[in-house]
Design a protein. Structure first.
Length: 369
C-alpha cells in the first residue's frame, strides 16, 4: 500500500489522480489533500478517502510545505497551479518522499535548485505531464548520453490554423475550446492556445532529463496520439503513443516501474483511421514559445520572471482585463526590464517571481498599440 499526498486535489490532475486511486484502491492510500479554494469538493474527498481533517487543507504555499513535511507518505503528487508548488516540492524531497510532478512551473522557475535537492536526497521526480512522461518512457534503459534530441509534441491548440489578424480578437471561450484535451484547467488551456505550454515544457525538460537547450525541439502534432519522441545518436527515433487521457501518465508516475490497468481503452490505430501529422510551430503567430526559449538561454532568474509574468498575464486574460494578443507583448516587456541574477537562491527566485507579477499588474492592453 503506497501512501500519497495530493496537492491540488480539486483541480484537473488532482481529480483524475483520485480516479486512478478509486480504480486501484487496494494499492494506494490517500493520506493528505490540499486545495486552493474549493472547500466543498475538498470536504467530499476527505470523507470519501478517509483523510484526517488536519491533513485536508485549503492552503497557502507555506501550509502546503508544512503538509509535506509533517505527514508520513511515500509520494507527493504536486498538481497545484503555478509556482506555489516550489517550496512544497522541496519539502517533500527533503523529507524522503518521491514527487510525481504535474506542475510545470516548479522546474521552470527553480529547476536547478529542485533537481539538486532530489539528487542530494536520492529521491525521484516522476513526470505526470503527458509529454515528459512520454520522454521518460522512451528513455527507459537508455543513458541521456545516447540522446541526440527530444521532440516535444503539442496539438497546436485551438488557434493552430488561425491567421495572425484573427488572433488579435481571440476570445476567452475560443481559447478554452481545446481540440483534443478537454479536461485541463483554464490556465494550462490558455497556455496551450499561446503555445507557452510548449515553452514551459522545453525548460522543464532541460532539468528533468539533463539536456542542453539545443537538444530540445517542439513539433506540432494535432492528433495528440504521439505524446513525445526521443531521437538517439544512432538515428533511431522512439515514440510513445496513447489516447489523450491523463490517467495514463498519472498511473505511470504513481506505480513506476510497474504498469497497471486503470481502465483506459487502448488506441486501435486501424480503427482510428486518421493520418498522424507533424509540423513546425509558427513562432510568428505564437511568439510565447520563442520567449520561453530565450528565457532558457539566459538562465538565472529569467525563467522565473517568464513564469511569474505568464501566470499573471493569463490570470488577467481570464478575468477579462488583458487581451489575448497582449499576452506575449506583456511578457516580452517584463523580460526586457529584468536584470537577471545568475545562480539564484530560492529567495532570489521568489523575489523575481513577485517582481514580474507586479510589472504585469501595471501593463495595459492599449500598450500594444
Amino acid at each position: 500500500m503506497k501512501r500519497i499526498i495530493i496537492l491540488g486535489s480539486t483541480g484537473s490532475i488532482g481529480t483524475q489522480t483520485l480516479s486512478v486511486v478509486r480504480h486501484v484502491s487496494d494499492r494506494l492510500q490517500v493520506v493528505g489533500l490540499s486545495a486552493r479554494s474549493n472547500a466543498s469538493l475538498l470536504n467530499d474527498q476527505k470523507t470519501e478517502f478517509n483523510v484526517p481533517a488536519e491533513h485536508a487543507i485549503l492552503g497557502t504555499a507555506y501550509e502546503l510545505e508544512d503538509l509535506c513535511r509533517s505527514v508520513d507518505a511515500d509520494l507527493v503528487v504536486v498538481s497545484v497551479a503555478g509556482a506555489v508548488g516550489i517550496r512544497a516540492t522541496i519539502a517533500a524531497l527533503e523529507t524522503g518522499k518521491d514527487v510525481a510532478l504535474a506542475t510545470k512551473e516548479v522546474l521552470v522557475a527553480a529547476g536547478e535548485i529542485v533537481m539538486e535537492v532530489a539528487k542530494r536526497q536520492n529521491r525521484r521526480i516522476l513526470p505526470i505531464d503527458s509529454e515528459h512522461s512520454a520522454i521518460f518512457q522512451c528513455l527507459a534503459g537508455n543513458s541521456t548520453r545516447s540522446v541526440s534530441r527530444i521532440l516535444i509534441t503539442g496539438s497546436g491548440g485551438p488557434f493552430r490554423e488561425w491567421p495572425a489578424d484573427r488572433l488579435k480578437n481571440a476570445t476567452l471561450n475560443e481559447a478554452l475550446n481545446h481540440p483534443t484535451w478537454p479536461n485541463m484547467g483554464k490556465k494550462i488551456t490558455v497556455d496551450s492556445a499561446t503555445l507557452m505550454n510548449k515553452g514551459l515544457e522545453t525548460i522543464e525538460a532541460k532539468w528533468l532529463f539533463d539536456l542542453r537547450p539545443e537538444q530540445i525541439d517542439v513539433v506540432i502534432h494535432p492528433q495528440s496520439i504521439v505524446h513525445s519522441m526521443v531521437q538517439f545518436i544512432d538515428g533511431s527515433l522512439i515514440a510513445q503513443l496513447g489516447p489523450p487521457d491523463m490517467r495514463l501518465p498519472i498511473a505511470h508516475a504513481l506505480f513506476h516501474p510497474e504498469r497497471i490497468d486503470v481502465g483506459v481503452p487502448p488506441i486501435d490505430l486501424i480503427q482510428y483511421g486518421k493520418p498522424l501529422t507533424f509540423e513546425e510551430p509558427d513562432l510568428g503567430r505564437f511568439p510565447c514559445l520563442g520567449l520561453a526559449r530565450a528565457a532558457l538561454k539566459t538562465g538565472g532568474t529569467m525563467p522565473a520572471v517568464l513564469n511569474g509574468a505568464n501566470e499573471a498575464t493569463v490570470g488577467r486574460f481570464l478575468d477579462g482585463t488583458l487581451a489575448f494578443s497582449a499576452i506575449p507583448v506583456a511578457l516580452e516587456s517584463v523580460m526586457n526590464k529584468h536584470s537577471t541574477v545568475d545562480r539564484p537562491t530560492l529567495d532570489d527566485i521568489t523575489a523575481a517571481d513577485r517582481w514580474a507579477r507586479n510589472e504585469v499588474a501595471a501593463f495595459t492592453s492599449h500598450s500594444i498599440n
